[in-house]
Design a protein around this ligand. Structure first.
Ligand code: AMP
Length: 395
């Protein structure tokens, strides 16, 4: 491929971007940044390949997604950074049952993806707004959609099923799983970092960021994961509840008179670490707090990680390696320590000094299951997919 790859991750209030050199086999990062404060005070910040700031400015007030994207495109044009962009790769959270890999965006593809908005209301509409705006601004630019669900698309059918009549499953009411771009990055990075034999065994990756999930890998393929139909399921997260008896939602509506919008707001925005602590969704704040409620939120978080570790280990029939990644997984030695302390049942023995230094290997030599810290890189994965899709489209 000739030229660069621009990666866009359009969220509810920000658009993150990264620029990669598509002509180099290793796809090195040329620069990155974000537009924050969409629908508020909108700020553009960007960094070059050395991490030096190249802009940090308010670019407008109350800009919507389209206007923010236009500001980004215009800045790129003026700085001539956009001159060599050959393709744009988008993070799109939901690919439904149709897409099991990245796809070149067409009107028909976009129409299919829009149908999935209700399955990921927090992310999908914003992801697609990025695609639609760029299509308007630069209709000739090839765009590739890369999905968080795709990596889990071929987990065994039992792991995809809810215990509902089949017609619901056939109509798309099934467990999809998310964070697939992170797990896919792991699958391609792990052989080099933890060794090919261990990597192809029974591995659980814990993606612990503001969103959080865990994935069971066998032979570097997803066999089960903690998230399901929406990105609410599984582990408690920054503001999302994680696994919850579906009866709770019914009860709150029937007995407390809460509307479905109120229940949705509770489960997506006012639960998880924030909801339990009443203090913050940020693990750093909770770890630094003396409040009992902060401790309670951390304890529940760790308890639930250990419980899911047990469930996924059962799905794998044993465990060879546990890998921590994403914000909390990569940077929080205390959380990893607490998880490993509860996971003695899996033969895990933590090397405290290695854990303080963030690994990569943080288990002792005699630990029956080895434990690792490996940074994820979803944006790079999107850049790789985008280049691959373009190269195969070019024949
Ligand atoms: P991510 O979504 O992967 O960017 O992760 C963001 C989350 O990581 C933040 O909300 C924090 O809770 C958490 N985080 C980042 N750095 C640390 C740290 N040093 N200690 C604990 N948590 C952290």
């Amino acid at each position: 491929m000739k030229g660069d790859v621009l990666v866009l991750n359009s969220g509810s209030s920000s658009i993150k971007f990264g620029l990669y050199d598509g002509e180099e086999p290793a796809l090195p990062l040329l620069g990155h940044g974000q537009i924050e404060g969409i629908n508020g005070q909108t700020r553009l910040s960007a960094f070059d390949r050395n991490g030096e700031s190249v802009i940090d400015e308010v670019v407008g007030d109350g800009l919507d997604h389209g206007q923010a994207m236009a500001a980004l495109v215009e800045w790129g044009r003026q700085r001539e950074v956009a001159r060599d962009i050959a393709a744009v790769g988008h993070r799109v959270v939901h690919g439904g049952t149709l897409f099991d890999g990245p796809v070149l965006v067409t009107d028909a593809v976009l129409a299919e993806l829009k149908k999935l908005d209700p399955l990921a209301p927090l992310h999908q509409p914003h992801n697609l707004a990025g695609v639609a705006t760029l299509t308007e601004l630069q209709p000739e630019m090839p765009q590739v959609a890369c999905f968080d669900t795709a990596f889990h698309r071929h987990v065994p059918e039992l792991a995809q099923r809810f215990a509902l009549p089949r017609k619901y499953h056939d109509a798309g009411v099934r467990r999809y799983g998310f964070h697939g771009l992170s797990y896919e990055y792991m699958a391609q990075a792990l052989p080099d970092i933890i060794g090919p034999t261990l990597a192809s065994g029974r591995v659980i990756v814990a993606h612990l960021g503001n969103g959080a999930s865990m994935c069971a890998l066998r032979n570097l393929k997803s066999v089960d994961t903690t998230m399901g139909f929406t990105a609410l399921d599984g582990l408690p997260m920054g503001t999302r509840c994680g696994n919850l008896d579906p009866g709770v939602g019914l009860y709150l509506q029937d007995e407390w008179g809460m509307s479905s919008a109120e229940v949705s707001e509770l489960l997506y925005y006012r639960s998880g670490l924030l909801g339990v602590s009443g203090i913050s969704n940020d693990m750093r704040t909770l770890l630094a707090s003396e409040e009992l409620a902060a401790q309670e939120a951390i304890d529940l978080y760790v308890y639930r990680i250990n419980r899911e570790l047990g469930a996924l280990t059962a799905a794998l029939g044993g465990l060879d390696a546990l890998v921590f990644t994403a914000g909390i997984g990569q940077y929080s030695a205390p959380i990893r320590e607490k998880v490993c302390a509860l996971a003695g049942w899996a033969g895990i023995k933590l090397d405290a000094a290695a854990n303080e230094q963030h690994g990569p290997c943080i288990s002792t030599k005699d630990s029956a299951t080895s434990v690792w810290v490996v940074p994820t890189n979803e944006e790079w994965m999107i850049a790789r997919h985008t280049r691959d899709v373009l190269n195969s489209a070019a024949g």
